[in-house]
Design a protein around this ligand. Structure first.
Ligand code: ARG
Length: 434
């Protein structure tokens, strides 16, 4: 039985118009009162919630419920290796904000709070906007993350920028957005609200912290002019708390180096930089036996970690974060809880077998509160176009990296690797010659 949210299994289809499930609501309220004895007994609140659901089909979370619910959703996010810090999530309650301009300005504030370049801190933050519900049209953001880079298809079929966002970029151009046509052009943010329709906003430069990449001992690396944004902020997942759904609740943590060095810049269908780096390192790319891919991959990952450290932008390495995840598991087990986790996402895409998370299995269960990626939200984030006639939910052809999540991979046998084969005629985003 495929478990929703694991591997290729989609989230359970969501009906925005449906009445809140009272059992799920009650279970959540009890959980909050058990975890936070200061709130007093659950019974009065349970009665209140039941009455509100009976009258309106939904109920309104108290600020304490909202905050705890969001933290529990993080704790239950099976693809996230960084859950040791779940209690530190900063929750911004913006349920009253509904206009597109106001939503966008909150998004900008979110990014400034999450990545504070002056103080050199990155904090995990979530901004929660109004929930969906019966007869309640809701706002959403189309983008997969608040900060992402455009991709432009060249006449010869190769791509400048991030190939993942070629269609999204085209759709934005059709709406009149103009990029600089460079390898790291920050895409605009699309806010859709019931009142204002679809609006496209450019992020102000000071809200986007970017880290230029260089290498501690390969002097030419800096000349590649690579960079990456410091704050990964997922913006198209639905936060589900006690039966109430928040389709617009962007959240961020800080990066694990391998997300950038092992996937975004390395994947053959993303920036595909390994062949270029190997060539510049003088490695023999004519044979797999030189392990040129692996050697280039390691130096790319060193560059990412070194550059983020140099910039004062918080980043984890996969060895440390793997140990922290094991600590998290031990803490949770001690508290009598299971840790839902998806091995295929938890194990880092670089040096998996030499991290402790590789050497065990995890409970594959769907626990709420949680974050869910709906099919239409996923399509919208790469296509930039609403699909009018969508077939019933189906698994994506190939999992892609997402969310709290650090790397998606096809379900695979741990003993075999995945050899990246370019699917498109890709050219690195940067010039081949020095
Ligand atoms: N893997 C995604 C990316 O590379 C980010 C997912 C969230 N990651 C995180 N560390 N919270 O952009």
């Amino acid at each position: 039985m495929p478990v929703p949210g694991y591997r290729d299994a989609p989230a359970l289809p969501w009906q925005p118009e449906a009445t809140v499930d009272s059992a799920e609501a009650a279970e959540f309220i009890r959980r909050v009162h058990t975890d936070q004895p200061g709130l007093g007994p659950a019974e009065p609140r349970l009665a209140e919630v039941a009455a509100e659901i009976a009258a309106t089909g939904t109920y309104t979370h108290t600020p304490a419920e909202l905050t705890h619910g969001a933290r529990l959703a993080w704790r239950n996010a099976s693809r996230c290796i960084g859950r040791l810090y779940w209690k530190s999530l900063v929750v911004r309650d913006r349920r009253h904000v509904t206009g597109a301009d106001e939503i966008f300005s909150e998004v900008v504030d979110h990014l400034r709070t999450a990545g504070d370049r002056d103080r050199k801190v990155i904090r995990p933050v979530i901004t929660i906007f109004a929930p969906a519900g019966p007869r309640k049209p809701y706002a959403r953001i189309w983008n997969e993350q608040l900060v992402r880079y455009a991709g432009y298809r060249r006449p010869d079929g190769s791509v400048l920028g991030d190939p993942r966002y070629v269609d999204f970029t085209t759709a934005m151009a059709e709406r009149g957005w103009q990029g600089k046509r460079e390898a790291f052009d920050v895409l605009p943010v699309v806010v859709q609200t019931p009142g204002d329709g679809v609006r496209v906003f450019d992020l102000p430069d000071d809200a986007v912290w970017e880290v230029p990449l260089a290498h501690p001992d390969l002097p030419w690396f800096g000349d590649l002019n690579l960079r990456w944004h410091a704050v990964p902020a997922i913006s198209n997942m639905r936060l589900s708390i006690g039966g109430v759904n928040y389709p617009l609740a962007p959240f961020n943590g800080w990066y694990l180096g391998t997300e950038i060095g092992g996937r975004n810049l390395a994947d053959a269908d993303r920036y595909n930089l390994l062949p270029l780096i190997a060539k510049l390192m003088g490695l023999d790319t004519g044979t797999e036996r030189s392990l040129w891919r692996d050697r280039a991959l390691i130096e790319l990952n060193r560059a990412v970690l070194w550059s983020f450290d140099r910039a004062g932008a918080r980043i984890s390495d996969h060895h440390t974060e793997s140990r922290h995840f094991i600590t998290h598991c031990a803490k949770e087990e001690k508290a009598g809880r299971v840790v839902p986790a998806d091995w295929t996402w938890i194990v880092p895409p670089v040096s998996g077998g030499i991290t402790p998370v590789f050497h065990r299995y995890y409970a594959e269960i769907d626990q709420r509160p949680n974050f869910y990626l709906d099919e239409d939200a996923r399509d919208l984030a790469t296509s930039g176009r609403p699909q009018l006639h969508r077939p019933s939910p189906r698994p994506s052809p190939r999992p892609h990296q997402h969310a709290l999540h650090q790397h998606p991979q096809p379900a695979r046998c741990p003993a075999r690797g995945r050899v990246p084969t370019p699917r498109l005629p890709l050219r690195p985003a940067v010039p081949q010659s020095r």
